[in-house]
Design a protein around this ligand. Structure first.
Ligand code: NI
Length: 176
């Protein structure tokens, strides 16, 4: 079911989410199905459970020919529960980000260039991956949501933060 995505300003987006304790339950599968449907419907690159008002440490992400991120490299569709993110170096890189909770806007955000992420899938099976570039960026963005952090809080240079149609007048970037 497509769910309503909370917008920045809603205090539920600022709360620290709690870990999932039971895996492979009907409730968890329903949450994941709703997150998948909502993310697909809005062409998101990812979605965190707090964005639909559920305070659990659950994120989904994945990118393939995404109209909101036409330049982005592919990222496999992933369900990541109770994530742990560990940067593999202190090297940062800057790139544009958007967020379904911050519609119509983009900002340049510094993120760790490469990282290892661990967590669990819906059945409780372990996930352990190394990622870099856009994949690593999406993981950091989504996991930030679990700690109540929205990407504008990470923007350092507000000359590179604004409305999509004003920032990129000649590009077709779909957003709501
Ligand atoms: Ni977001």
């Amino acid at each position: 079911m497509i769910r309503e995505v909370l917008k920045m300003g809603d205090e539920r987006l600022l709360a620290k989410a709690r870990p999932v304790e039971k895996f492979d339950t009907p409730e968890l599968h329903e949450l994941l199905a709703d997150m998948h449907d909502t993310m697909e419907h809005l062409s998101g690159a990812g979605l965190a459970a707090p964005q639909i008002g559920v305070g659990l440490r659950v994120v989904v992400f994945g990118v393939q020919n995404n109209p909101r991120y036409p330049q982005a490299e592919d990222v496999p569709y992933t369900v990541l529960i109770n994530p742990d993110v560990e940067p593999l170096s202190q090297e940062m890189e800057e790139a544009w980000e958007g967020c379904l909770s911050v519609p119509g806007l983009r900002g340049v955000v510094p993120r760790y260039k490469s990282l290892r992420y661990r967590g669990f899938d819906a059945t409780g099976a372990a996930i352990d991956r190394v990622a870099e570039g856009f994949h690593a960026r999406v993981v950091q963005h989504e996991c930030d949501h679990l700690d109540g952090i929205l990407y504008p809080m990470r923007v350092r240079d507000f000359t590179r933060f604004g409305f999509i149609d004003a920032l990129f007048p000649n590009q077709e970037i779909q957003d709501d």
